[in-house]
Design a binder for this molecule. Structure first.
Ligand code: 5AD
Ligand code: SF4
Length: 436
């Protein structure tokens, strides 16, 4: 066992965790490789939030296993992440299980010992105990290249929205000690990183010792070399005037907030166990907009929650029309075993879910186009953060409220620099501009 390969699905938290896993495995002398073909050990870090995420991984496991058999190659496959946590031992007992071991979200530090046991061909290797205190730390040598990095500041979730599996796959909410966060942020900066995305399932409820979300933003802002700070995901009722004032006050902190609303209907919100109604949610958006210049909100929405009627859905459409989210992540409700909502019948037909989803997408696209259109001719400050993925020799920058702008480089400007761009147009969801 010399090499490993890791494939990551799902949210940013999983990508962060995969960095931690890289570190643990490299610490035991394994070398990371870029393809399954070259690796002795294949790891898959998984997501359980919707059923299609799990089905995709199941297909992928079979494919990887089949390819390995065809190559007559020895090796192991280990499953990690939310699906491992949720299904545990049952994954190993399935008839055609291709897995050698299963490791849940709180057990990554034990991977060396687990891999050792797997090498000894011990049966039933599943490790899914929760450890209600563990938090992880990613070290700079494992950081992927580039200026932007994730930094998890919390793990778990205590909100128990009725549709959501996360409280069951990630356990109780816990915040990482401030000194560890700052150590990590400093090492990101020392390794050449200039943008940090702070991660937590409900990040605005960060609390450790005397520290809260506001002191977190203030402290990370003090780190030299870090030029921009993003954070996600916020829970609506955790945002208050102090948080908005801090964002307004701290120029490094992005003025875009991802604030999932999930539905525009009070009846549905109640059944989702979201602890606010529509009026409260919109009052929070208003308070933010009053305090922070140029603030943009993005959101998440679920269509087809059990019992969702046409008028509930209309309320969601009207909310989107009123609030003009800069972007939204739109999902069809997917029942998750063990959640409260799963006890109700999944009674909105698939065809209705698809149709509602399409209507939301259409409205979002129209809104996004209008917001982009309004930027044409403006001069915007951007932080150049990477080479354009699509256009050769061009750079991508992002405004403080996270609008992407593609520009031609100019002499003397480099990735990691601030620059001012005059916006000339847009393509897809991205602005185009010229540097001044
Ligand atoms: N079905 C559909 N979407 C879901 N989400 C969470 N659970 C479910 C589910 N069971 C969505 C929510 C959440 C986002 C990360 O995924 O909108 O904010
Ligand atoms: Fe899931 Fe709700 Fe927690 Fe978000 S806040 S992770 S939707 S339970």
């Amino acid at each position: 066992m010399k090499t490993f390969y890791i494939e990551t699905y799902g949210c940013q938290m999983n990508f962060y965790d995969s960095q931690v896993i890289d570190d643990v495995l490299q610490g035991m002398g394994l070398r990371k490789v870029a393809s399954a073909e070259m690796s002795d050990l294949i790891l898959i870090n998984t997501c359980s939030v919707r059923d299609n995420a799990e089905q995709r991984v199941r297909g992928r496991i079979n494919q990887l296993w089949g390819e390995r058999v065809a190559r007559r190659q020895e090796g192991m496959i280990g499953l990690l992440g939310c699906m491992a946590q949720r299904l545990g031992e049952s994954l190993l007992q399935e008839k055609h299980s291709r897995l050698d071991f299963v490791v849940g979200t709180d057990q990554y530090q034990r991977l060396p010992e687990i891999i050792d046991l797997a090498l000894q061909k011990k049966p039933s290797l599943y490790f899914t105990d929760f450890d209600h205190v563990v938090t992880y730390e990613a070290r700079p040598k494992q950081m992927p290249p580039g200026g932007s990095h994730y930094l998890a500041v919390m793990h778990g979730c205590d909100k128990f929205c009725s549709y959501c599996i996360v409280p069951f796959t990630r356990g109780r909410e816990r915040s990482k000690p401030m000194e560890i966060i700052l150590r990590e942020a400093r090492s990101i900066s020392e390794a050449g990183g200039f943008e940090i995305t702070l991660l937590g399932q409900t990040i605005s409820s960060y609390q450790h010792g005397g520290d809260d979300f506001v002191s977190l933003l203030r402290n990370v802002s003090c780190i030299d070399g870090i030029k921009r700070i993003r954070f996600m995901t916020s829970y609506p009722t955790d945002l208050n005037e102090q948080v908005f004032d801090a964002i307004a006050d701290l120029p490094k902190v992005e003025n875009r907030i991802h604030l999932p609303v999930q539905s525009g209907s009070d009846r549905v919100l109640r059944k989702m166990n979201r602890h606010y109604d529509l009026a409260q949610y919109e009052a929070i958006l208003l308070a933010g907009r009053e305090r922070i210049d140029g603030l943009q909100f993005s959101t998440d929405l679920i269509v087809g929650f059990p019992g969702e009627q046409e008028d509930d859905f209309q309320a969601t459409l009207q909310l989107m029309e009123r609030q003009k989210f800069v972007s939204s992540f739109l999902f069809k409700y997917s029942p998750r075993e063990g959640t409260l909502a799963c006890r109700s019948e999944d009674d909105v037909p698939e065809s209705v879910k698809s149709e509602r989803l399409a209507r939301l997408m259409e409205l979002q696209e129209a809104t996004t186009v209008r917001l982009l259109q309004a930027q044409v001719g403006e001069e915007l400050e951007i932080l150049l953060d990477e080479e354009s993925k699509k256009a050769k020799n061009q750079l991508r920058g992002r405004t403080r409220n996270n609008m992407r702008v593609i520009v031609d480089p100019k002499k003397g400007t480099a990735i990691g620099d601030f620059a001012v761009a005059r916006i000339t147009g847009f393509k897809g969801g991205t602005l185009t501009g010229e540097l001044l």
